[in-house]
Design a protein around this ligand. Sequence first.
Ligand SMILES: Cc1cc2nc3c(=O)[nH]c(=O)nc-3n(C[C@H](O)[C@H](O)[C@H](O)COP(=O)(O)OP(=O)(O)OC[C@H]3O[C@@H](n4cnc5c(N)ncnc54)[C@H](O)[C@@H]3O)c2cc1C
Length: 470
Amino acid sequence: MNTVEENNSTNNNTEILIIGGGPVGIQAARLIKHFSSDADVMVVRPEPHSMVYCAIPYAIEGLFPLSKTFKSDDLITETGATLIKHKVASVNMKEHSVVLDNGHGIKFKKMLIATGAIPFLPPVPGIGLKNIFSIKTGKDAQDVITALSGDAECGAESPSGKHTGAQKAVVIGAGAIGLEQALAYRARNLEVHLVDIMSYPLSMMLDPDMSDEVTQELVKAGVHLHLGKGLKAFHGKTAVSSVELDNGTIIDLEEGADFAIVSVGMRPDLSVFSDSGIKIEKDGIVVDKHMKTSIDGVWAAGDCVQFTSGIDGDVIGGKLATNAVPMAKIAALDMVGKDAEYPGFYNGAITIAGDIRVGGTGFTQTLAAKRGIDVYSTVGSSKTRFPMMPGAGTVKVKLVFRRDTNVIIGGQVVGTEAIAERIDLITLAIQQKLNAHDLSKFSYSSQPWQTFYPAKNAIVEAAEKATGLL
Ligand SMILES: Cc1cc2nc3c(=O)[nH]c(=O)nc-3n(C[C@H](O)[C@H](O)[C@H](O)COP(=O)(O)OP(=O)(O)OC[C@H]3O[C@@H](n4cnc5c(N)ncnc54)[C@H](O)[C@@H]3O)c2cc1C
C-alpha cells in the first residue's frame, strides 16, 4: 500500500501526477494503473477523506452519520498509486513541477488537473458573516450538522444555559442542491425559507410548466417559498441575524444559532493555476476532445474544466459527477495512449422533492430559446403501475424537439417512481439524435407492478403527439 500521509522527502519525481482526489482523481488513477500497471502515479489531495458529495444532504438530514459518506483511500492506493494528503500550492508548467503546501516539490512527466469546483458566493453585503454556509466539503457538512445540533462555538445560549441548535434556516438557490438542503432541514423540523431569483424551482432542469408539482411538494413539506426574489444582503454583528431580499422582505434569524445556506452554483477551483499560463475561460480550463489542455503533457477533467454540449457544440454548464466521470475516463485513456474522445455532454440529472422524483436532460425549452434553437414540445403521462396495484402513482414526460428536424434535444420527467430510467433513456435518444418518429416506435415492456398497462407508455405518447399521430 502506498499511502503517504506526510510527504517529507525534499523532492519527488513521478511519471503521472493527478491533482485532486474526487471522482475524477480516483477514476483516472484506477484506469491509468489498470492499463499501465508499471506507471508511477501520484494523487495529491488535501482532505483526510474523499467523499460521496451527493449523499451529504441525507447525512445532514440524519439518515446516517457523515462518516458513511467518506470513501476509502484504498480506492487509490490498492492500485499501487501513491496518495499524498496535501494541497498543491504552486505550479511551474515550464519545468513540469509543483510545490506542495509543506514546501516540498514534485516533478512530473504528465499531469491531470482534477481540482473540481467550489461553491460560488455572490458578492452581497454581509456574505462573510458567521453561520452563512455553503455545501461542498466534509467541513462544510460538519459545520451545518454542528449548527443543527447547537454545539457550535457561537451557538445561542438557552435559558437553561445549554447551547440550542438552529431553529430556522434560509436556503438561497432552488436548484437540486438547494432543494435537497431545504427538505433536509424540514425533516429536522426547522422553519425553512427557500429563496430563488427565478419564479419556479429547479429552473436548470425544468421548464415552468413542469415545475408545479415540485412547488406543491415544497409547500406540502412546509417550506416557505420566496421565488422570483433575489438576495440583497445578509445582516448581523458577527453572525447572520437576517436575510434581506430585493423586494424588501426581511427574514429574521436568531443570531449565532440559525443559519443561511448559499447554493447558487459552482465555480471551477483554479486559483493555483491563475499564473501558470494554462488557458482558462469562464467555465474552467479549456480542453480539447481528448481532455488535453493548452499545455503539452497536461490534461484536465471534471468540474474544473469548461466543456461543451453534445447537442449544439457550444459551451454549457453542468458541474455533475455524471459528467466528471466520463471525462476522467477519456483523460486517463488518452494519457496512456489509447484513443478516446468525448462528443459533448447532455447534463442528465435527477433529484427528489418530497414524494416526487424529478429529472431533466438535454435542453429545456427555455434554454433552447436562449441558444437560438427553434423547438416545440409535447407531453405524455400515465400511471406508474397498473391502476389497481398498490402504490400506483403518476408520471409526466415532456419531450423537446427541434422544429426543423423533429430531432429530440431535451426531456423532463416528474413523477413518483422510475424517473432516472426514463431520463437515461431520453438521454440515449438525444445522444443518438433520434427523431419523434423513431421515438414513437420505441419498443417498451410492461408488468403490473412496474409500468402502466401495455396500451400506453408516457414517452411513446409524447413522441406520437410530436409525429401528429395523436
Ligand atoms: C452537496 C452536493 C450534492 C451533489 N449531488 C450530485 C448528484 O446527485 N449527482 C451528480 O452527478 N453530481 C452531484 N454533485 C456534483 C459532484 O459531486 C461533482 O460534480 C463531482 O464531485 C466533481 O468531481 P471532480 O473530481 O471533478 O471534483 P471534486 O469532487 O470537487 O474533487 C476535487 C478534488 O481536488 C482537490 N483539490 C482542489 N484544489 C487542489 C489543490 N490545489 N491541490 C490538491 N488538491 C486539490 C479537492 O480538494 C478535491 O479533492 C453534488 C455536489 C454536491 C456538493
